[in-house]
Design a protein around this ligand. Sequence first.
Ligand code: CP
Length: 316
Amino acid sequence: MQEGLKRKDLLGLRFLTHKEIEILIETAFSMKEVLKRPIRKIPTLRGKTVCFMFFEPSTRTRSSFELAAKRLSADTLNISGSQSALLKGETVLDTLKNVDAMGIDAFVIRHVASGLPHFLSKYTDAAVINAGDGMNEHPTQALLDIMTIKERLGKLAGIKVLIAGDVRHSRVARSNIHGLLKMGAEVRLFGPPTLVPQEFESLGAKIYYDKKEALRDVDVVMGLRIQNERLKGSFFPTIREYRKFFAITPEDLEMLEKEPLVMHPGPVNWGVEMDFDIMKEKNNVILQQVTNGVAVRMSVLYHFISGERQDGEIGN
Ligand code: CP
């Protein structure tokens, strides 16, 4: 088990160092071993309470965080937009303060507003974990992506990762750009210019508008969903046209000398950003990403709730 982290909150990968990302990933591999045991539960966070505040829909992130907390023996509490006093006009800040008054060790927050977890983190001594804020960051998604790449390829430094699709609206893209570059990978972006603006070059990524060029020599292709709920305006003429020029297809991969890993954070718009037959590719690791999501979120809860650990123990 690795040494601990000294941070209160996990707000984005832009704030973490190479070493901190490495610690979180190594701990996630240890947690994955726990998940292979006949009894997939350890007492590490017994007596701690994790509150999930999800104000945007989620399948993978919410379920895997909840499973992660339960596997670590923490108590859990759920606050949603549709079942809480937010419907009576209470603010998110007041909601957090009131729940915090009951004794919470970590808040896991998803919200449509970029920066909301940062804002709320100043009003609580509990750890605040960003589970996706608007178009800003989705740090645990990028951590599980990085873990999956490391697990499959054995390394991160020097590998070429292509992120393809609606980069503009993607918090997953932003977290992966920060995280992968810190781990020494090359990050390429591909899509229509309207969805892959030049500004992303300032983060250190390389931009491609030609699919063949973008795919040359890549080790990983990560598809991104067209985020219809965030599209305010016309970014491409039709879905049919988008699919023709920008979707990743088995034919694209067959042309390559080496077969790259195929990833997607989900949910996938099959037949739009990715051809359905990609499911048949043997290097498709989309469900392995989901599996690793539980281990990564166990690692995150362990490090951010337990505080700095020097004892090297995750519990039995
Ligand atoms: N990847 C991801 O964040 O999926 P959910 O929206 O289902 O949590």
